[in-house]
Each structure stands twice: as structure tokens, then as C-alpha cells.
Design a protein around this ligand. Structure first.
Ligand SMILES: Cc1cc2nc3c(=O)[nH]c(=O)nc-3n(C[C@H](O)[C@H](O)[C@H](O)COP(=O)(O)OP(=O)(O)OC[C@H]3O[C@@H](n4cnc5c(N)ncnc54)[C@H](O)[C@@H]3O)c2cc1C
Length: 481
């Protein structure tokens, strides 16, 4: 069977490997000159910046993918399990480093806030149960409706155990006395571009996943994983064509017949997999009022402001992953939800040269700073860069006189580079109890069309889009009977 995949993001490439392994003729069409989509890298002046993902979780998901092609993750890239995982700083000057080791984590928490080691143990126990159920229900197949989820549950108790009826912020409050730790747990909602005050407590499984399976880095830059996935797809005979913009999906008698290219060409196919943003799919490639309306109703995920700063010298006390929290998380997310830039915001800083000196020239650091923003917002790059650097300086990390150059990305850049509509990084948000069911289905509205990638089920983030590839490949195998 001939299958065309639109977009060479990680979801598209992972799907191509699975479908090639199943014996199909797979063609991937990517409009950009390079593959990877949001999994992008900037190399300049001896510095390397991972422009999108900076943290790798659930590495076994990628290992499973590579094994289909007769190789392993360990054969393809050099992985490092980070310890500490994160360094957190609050405006009042308090700091907390989260060790990789479970017992050391409990001890660090107790030293930070007495009694919180036990609180974390109870929280992690609950989160482990959520993860175990999510893996065999939510992540095990498509989610056409609430019934899809229920049909994969073992008992009605599973539904209560995934904690979908209260928000992540409420769960954090019920587990932790210390508001700083409530803020720390709430941060995990941003991994899906959502607000802890709206997203379900089911997301508590994310910090559990980091605790249980680790926070990982790929030596020479996370982008090496993208290169490995491209190499493996290529080795499987997948035809990857870059610089090819798909203009629309061609149908015949109510089923998919191929794609029309923006330059006037065409490519026939028995099956089409859209790895593009679902909003682009249902607005431009296969306009559907019903699907577009549903996307609108759920609302977009957050976007972001990125500053890559090439920094001279070394910074005392900095970890690979650092978070500088805002003063009031509730206010911060209220601003984001109402489409405004918070006056006071949390800054995430990744300095991978701490682990991997190859990422910056000797005696330099590669600072990657990320601030969550609403989608569709105009941002003045100069003013915002100065604001972020001033705020860091207020928090005791003054980079301002040590910068060789900065490069920035605003929401409009995410849209222009990756066709992420409105710059929304994860498509729709996970805000609200019904958001998981409202996320675009992996099965498209016409026969032969499938969706794989961060804006469809199960959501954004490298492991999730790689899981969406598995779900789509399984659906195509089922269709063949
Ligand atoms: C700033 C930032 C930080 C992030 N941090 C992390 C992190 O730390 N860890 C993590 O796991 N994840 C992180 N993510 C999320 C992760 O990068 C994404 O969820 C994932 O890469 C999305 O993959 P995808 O398969 O959905 O495709 P995308 O990356 O969205 O790629 C889609 C591709 O389709 C192409 N395309 C679009 N329209 C067309 C068309 N008409 N014709 C042909 N091609 C087309 C685009 O050019 C693009 O290459 C981050 C993302 C960003 C932006």
C-alpha cells in the first residue's frame, strides 16, 4: 500500500518507520528544507541550542520504535540520565534541587520543607496509579469518544483513580502544605501547554514519569535523536522529500486519493497521514467546519517566547535544567488564560553545556530561556528579551554583560516555521475535564485519513507524538484487516 505522510515532525517520521516496517511504500512530504519540525536545532558561532525540546522523558518509547528497525536507542545516540533533574528557585531566594534518586529526593524535599518528603511519597504513589491506568487506557489506542477510554478500563474504579474530576492545582494543594511545592507540581500542566488551575489532576503522572524513568539528555544535543530517527527511517526505505508544501488532501468518492502540492504537482496515495497541526489540516488541507469549530471550542495551548543566549564565562550554581518561578502562579496563569502576557512570569532555563561542553565554546555557556505566553500574541523581541534578562538578574543570575549574541522565537515564528496555528505549541490545550476527549481523533473524518502528532491524541511532547505514531500504525494495520 502507498502511504503519504504530510510533515516530517517526529510524529511523521516515527509513523513512517512503523509503516515501512509493516511493508508499506511510505513517502514523507515536508515543506521545510529540513526534517524535525519543532524538534529543531540552532548552531551558530560554536554554540548549539536545542530550539524546541530540551528534555527527553520515557526513552523506552524511542527504543521500542528503533527496535522495529533492528536497532536500539543506545546504539543510535548517547544518553545521559540527569542528576539533579531540576534546580528550582523562588522569588524569596529559596532553592530546591531535585535529585534523580528517589530516596535522595525525599531527603532534599524534607530539608527544603519539613514533612514534604512523605507528602511527595503519597503524591507519587497516587501518580503512579494514574500512570499505570493511563498507559493501558488513554495511551493504548485512539480516543474517538469517552467510550473509547471506558472500553479500555478494567473497572469503574479506574475512572476515579485517574483523578480527572479535579484540577492539578487542587491535587497539588491536597498533597502539599507548602505553596512553593504546589507551584512546583502545577508547573507540569505547562508540559501540555495548559494551566494547572484548569487541567485535570491526571497530569500528576508527568512528575511521576520523571521520577520513575528519569530526565534524559542526548550527548551532542537532543537534536541527535531527531537525526537518528531520520537516519533509521531512511534506512527503512522511507522516501523523505523536503521543500514540498502540501496544498490540499485529494478525495475521490468520499475517501482519500492522495495530496495536491502547492506547486501544482500531485501525489497519489491509498492512505494519507497528516502530521501537521490539526488546525492547519481542517482549515486549509481538508476544510471542515465541524472539526475546526471543535478545535475552537477547546481553545489553543500556550505558545512561548524563547531566547537563546550565547554567554561568556561560567555561572555559579546553575544546573542543566533550571526554573525561576513567578511570585503568584495563579495570577500568572490567569493572565495566560485571558490571552495576556503575565506581568510576572516563570522562566525556564536550560544550560546543556553544564552536562555537555561540546554545546558551547570553551568557557562559555548556551542559555536557552523559555517563557510561556498565550498563543496569537504579538511580542516585541527586544523589549521582551531585556525583560527576561532583567528578571533573571533580579533573581541573582545576571547574564547581561556576558552575552555574545541572542536569538529569539516568538509565537509568530512558531507559526511561520512549523505552521503551528497561532504559535500554539501543543495544538489544543488540556484545560478542562473534556479536553482529552475533544483533542482531534487519530482517525480523520474521511476514509483513509489519519492524524499523528502533537495536536492530535494523545498530545504534545516527544514521547506522546511517538505514541501517536504507534496508535496510527495500529489503526492502519486494523483497516487492512
Ligand atoms: C519551545 C518548545 C519547547 C518544547 N520542549 C519540549 C521538551 O522539553 N520535551 C518534549 O518532549 N517536547 C517538547 N516540546 C514539544 C515537541 O517539540 C513537540 O510536541 C513535537 O516535536 C511535535 O512533533 P509533531 O510530530 O507534532 O510535528 P511538528 O514538529 O509540529 O512538525 C510538523 C511538520 O509538518 C510540516 N508541515 C506543516 N504543514 C505542512 C504542509 N502543508 N506540507 C508539508 N509539510 C507541512 C511542518 O513544517 C513541520 O515540520 C517543545 C516544543 C517547543 C516548540
Amino acid at each position: 500500500m502507498k502511504i503519504v505522510i504530510i510533515g516530517a515532525g517526529i510524529g511523521g517520521l516515527a509513523t513512517s518507520i512503523r509503516l515501512a516496517a509493516a511493508g508499506h511504500h511510505v513517502v514523507v512530504l515536508e515543506r521545510n528544507p529540513m526534517v524535525g519540525g519543532k524538534f529543531a536545532t540552532l548552531e551558530e558561532g560554536g554554540f548549539t541550542f536545542d530550539l524546541g525540546p530540551s528534555l527527553l522523558t520515557l526513552p523506552h518509547v524511542f527504543d521500542e520504535l528503533f527496535q522495529l528497525a533492528g536497532t536500539t536507542l543506545a546504539d543510535e545516540v548517547e544518553l545521559v540520565r540527569l542528576d539533579p533533574q531540576f534546580s528550582y528557585r523562588w522569588p524569596n531566594g529559596s532553592t530546591l534541587e531535585i535529585p534523580d534518586d528517589r530516596a535522595a529526593r525525599r531527603a532534599a524535599l524534607d530539608a527544603f520543607s519539613p514533612g514534604s518528603g512523605d507528602e511527595w511519597a503519597r503524591f507519587a504513589e497516587r501518580a503512579e496509579r494514574i500512570w499505570e491506568i493511563s498507559e493501558r487506557t488513554f495511551l493504548a489506542g485512539p480516543m474517538g469518544s469517552a467510550f473509547s477510554l471506558l472500553s479500555r478500563m478494567r473497572s469503574p474504579l479506574d475512572l476515579a483513580r485517574i483523578d480527572g474530576n479535579r484540577t492539578l492545582a487542587k491535587s497539588a494543594k491536597s498533597h502539599f502544605e507548602d505553596p512553593r511545592l504546589q507551584q512546583l507540581v502545577g508547573r507540569y500542566a505547562t508540559y501540555s501547554g495548559s494551566s494547572p488551575f484548569k487541567a485535570p489532576a491526571t497530569l500528576a503522572c508527568i512528575p511521576y514519569v520523571e521520577e520513575a524513568f528519569g530526565c534524559w539528555y542526548v550527548m551532542s544535543g537532543l537534536g541527535r535523536l531527531r537525526d537518528a530517527i531520520e537516519r533509521v527511517a531512511d534506512g527503512m526505505g522511507v522516501e523523505i522529500r523536503t521543500g514540498v508544501d502540501v496544498g490540499s488532501i485529494v478525495t475521490d468518492g468520499g475517501r482519500v486519493a492522495g495530496v495536491a502540492l502547492a506547486d501544482g504537482g500531485a501525489e497519489g496515495a491509498d492512505v494519507v497521514v497528516a502530521n501537521v497541526d490539526a488546525a492547519h489540516l481542517y482549515t486549509d488541507l481538508l476544510p471542515s467546519e465541524k472539526e475546526a469549530k471543535q478545535l475552537d471550542q477547546v481553545g489553543k495551548s500556550t505558545s512561548g517566547f524563547v531566547v537563546c543566549a550565547a554567554v561568556r564565562g561560567r555561572t555559579e550554581g546553575i544546573a542543566h535544567h533550571n526554573v525561576f518561578f513567578s511570585l503568584h502562579d495563579q495570577q500568572e496563569f490567569r493572565y495566560l488564560e485571558s490571552g495576556n502576557l503575565p506581568l510576572d512570569y516563570t522562566i525556564y532555563a536550560c544550560v546543556s553545556s553544564v552536562t555537555d561542553p561540546s554545546q558551547a565554546p570553551p568557557d562559555h555557556e548556551n542559555w536557552y530561556l523559555l517563557v510561556n505566553t498565550p498563543p496569537e500574541i504579538g511580542i516585541d523581541k527586544k523589549i521582551m528579551t531585556a525583560g527576561v534578562l532583567n528578571r533573571l538578574a533580579e533573581r541573582g543570575v545576571d547574564l547581561r554583560d556576558r552575552i555574545d549574541f541572542t536569538r529569539t522565537l516568538v509565537p509568530a515564528d512558531f507559526e511561520a516555521r512549523y505552521r503551528a496555528i497561532g504559535g500554539a505549541i501543543y495544538g489544543t490545550s488540556s484545560n478542562g475535564k473534556r479536553a482529552a476527549f475533544a483533542r482531534p481523533n487519530n482517525v480523520g473524518p474521511i476514509d483513509g485519513l489519519y492524524l499523528a502528532g502533537g495536536s492530535s491524541h494523545p498530545g504534545g511532547g516527544l514521547p506522546m507524538v511517538t505514541i501517536s505514531a504507534r496508535i496510527v500504525a495500529d489503526l492502519i494495520a486494523e483497516r487492512e484487516g
